[in-house]
Design a protein around this ligand. Structure first.
Ligand code: MRU
Length: 356
C-alpha cells in the first residue's frame, strides 16, 4: 500500500486526478478518479481530499480538468472558463489558504501565458496549465521533505511528541509536514514515541495519522483529545508538532479545532509547541490570526458520527472546524527554509526576506 501518494495526476491534458478517498480510511484504501469540477468540489467539501497542501495541489489540477470541456473556441474563452471554475472551487472550503494560493498561482500563470501567446491554440494553453499544476505538485513534495529535514532536530531522542489531526502524506502531495518531521527523525534512527490525538469530530488523528505512522513503523499511541493534558502533567510529552491551515503575518496559526487547547496545555506545562508548514500556508496579507475565517461545518458531524445518532434530536450544536494558536505560544514554525524561532511579525518577515 503506497501511503505516500494522497493524489496524483494520471495521463496528459486529457487525464484525471486520482485521489485516495480519505473518508473511508483506515477500513478501505480506495481511490477516486476525478474528471469534472463538481466531483472535485464535492471531494474537497466532504474531505475525501483534505489537509491544506493537498487541497491546494488538487485545486491546481482541477483547473486542468476545467479546460477539458468541449467548445472552448480560443485561449481567451479557455482563460475565462479557468477563471470561473477557480472562483467556484475557491468556495469549497474557507480556512486553508493553500487552496486560494494554488488557484491564484495557476490563474496568474494562465493570464500571463495568454498575454504572451496571442494566436496560440487551446491545447497548447492546456498543456501549459498542466505544466504549472505539475510544478506546484513537485514543489510541494520538495517542501515536505525539507520541512522534515529541518524539523527532525526538535524530536527528542528517547522522548515523546504529540500531534493533532493529520499533517501527513495524506494531507499533502509529498510526505506531509508535521509527520514529515517524524518520518525524517525515524529515518535518522532516532528513538521516540508519537502520541496521536484522535481529533474529534472527524477523527483525522485516529483514522489517518495513526494509520500512516503505523505503516511507517513509528512507535505510536492513540489518545482521545481530552487526555493530552493529563499526559503532559505526568511528564510523558516532551514536544508538540502540528500542521497549519493558514499562518498570519505575526505567526498566529490556524489548524484543526483542538490545536489551540493543545497549545495552551503545552504552554502551561512548558512543553515546546511547533508548527510545521510550507510557505504556501502563510497568508502575509493578514496581520494576525483574528482575521482568519474559520469554517463552520455541519452539526451532524457531531450529532450523527457514522450516521448513528449520538445526541438528542434538535440540540443546538457548534462545530468550528479550526482554531488559531497564538504566536506567543509557538516555540517555532518549521518551514522548508528552516525554523522561525519564537515567531512574531518581524521574524516572519525576516524569514521570507531571507528566503525569497
Ligand atoms: O479539515 P482537515 O482535515 O482538512 O484539516 C487538516 C488540518 O487541520 C491539518 O493539520 C492542516 O491542514 C495541515 S496539513 C499538512
Amino acid at each position: 500500500m503506497d501511503v505516500t501518494a494522497a493524489l496524483r495526476w494520471i495521463g496528459s491534458i486529457d487525464g484525471t486526478l486520482e485521489l485516495v478517498d480519505q473518508r473511508l480510511l483506515p477500513i478501505e484504501f480506495t481511490h477516486l478518479n476525478i474528471d469534472n469540477i463538481p466531483d472535485l468540489y464535492d471531494a474537497i467539501k466532504t474531505l475525501a481530499v483534505r489537509g491544506a497542501p493537498a487541497i491546494g495541489v488538487s485545486a491546481a489540477y482541477g483547473l486542468v480538468i476545467a479546460l477539458q470541456q468541449d467548445g472552448l473556441s480560443d485561449i481567451n474563452a479557455a482563460l475565462k472558463t479557468l477563471q470561473d471554475q477557480a472562483a467556484y472551487l475557491a468556495t469549497s472550503r474557507p480556512t486553508a489558504v493553500n487552496l486560494f494560493w494554488a488557484l491564484n498561482r495557476v490563474q496568474t500563470f494562465a493570464e500571463n501565458w495568454v498575454t504572451g501567446h496571442a494566436g496560440a491554440g487551446v491545447d497548447e494553453f492546456r498543456q501549459a496549465v498542466l505544466g504549472e499544476a505539475h510544478a506546484i505538485c513537485r514543489e510541494d513534495i520538495v517542501m515536505c521533505k525539507r520541512i522534515g529535514e529541518h524539523g527532525a532536530a526538535v524530536v527528542p531522542e528517547d522522548g515523546a511528541v504529540l500531534t493533532h489531526c493529520n499533517a501527513g502524506a495524506l494531507a499533502t502531495a509529498g510526505q506531509g509536514t508535521a509527520l514529515s518531521v517524524f518520518f525524517e527523525a525515524h529515518r535518522q534512527g532516532k528513538s521516540f514515541k508519537v502520541y496521536a490525538d484522535e481529533t474529534r469530530p472527524l477523527l483525522q488523528g485516529a483514522r489517518l495519522t495513526a494509520w500512516e505512522l503505523q505503516h511507517a513503523g513509528i512507535d505510536t499511541v492513540l489518545i482521545c483529545d481530552n487526555m493530552a493534558g493529563w499526559l503532559m502533567k505526568q511528564g510523558k510529552i516532551n514536544a508538540v508538532v502540528t500542521g497549519a491551515d493558514r499562518i498570519a503575518a505575526n505567526g498566529d496559526a490556524a489548524n484543526k479545532i483542538g490545536t489551540y487547547s493543545v497549545s495552551v496545555l503545552a504552554a502551561r506545562h512548558k512543553i515546546p509547541f511547533y508548527i510545521a508548514a510550507p510557505s504556501s500556508t502563510f497568508d502575509l496579507s493578514l496581520a494576525t490570526g483574528a482575521e482568519i475565517e474559520i469554517e463552520e461545518r455541519d452539526s451532524r458531524e457531531i450529532t450523527h458520527p457514522g450516521e448513528r445518532q449520538w445526541a438528542p434530536e434538535g440540540i443546538a450544536v457548534s462545530n468550528p472546524a479550526f482554531d488559531v494558536v497564538d504566536a506567543a505560544d509557538i516555540a517555532g514554525i518549521i518551514t522548508e527554509h528552516g525554523i522561525i524561532e519564537k515567531p512574531n511579525t518581524e521574524r516572519v518577515a525576516q524569514h521570507f526576506a531571507e528566503n525569497g
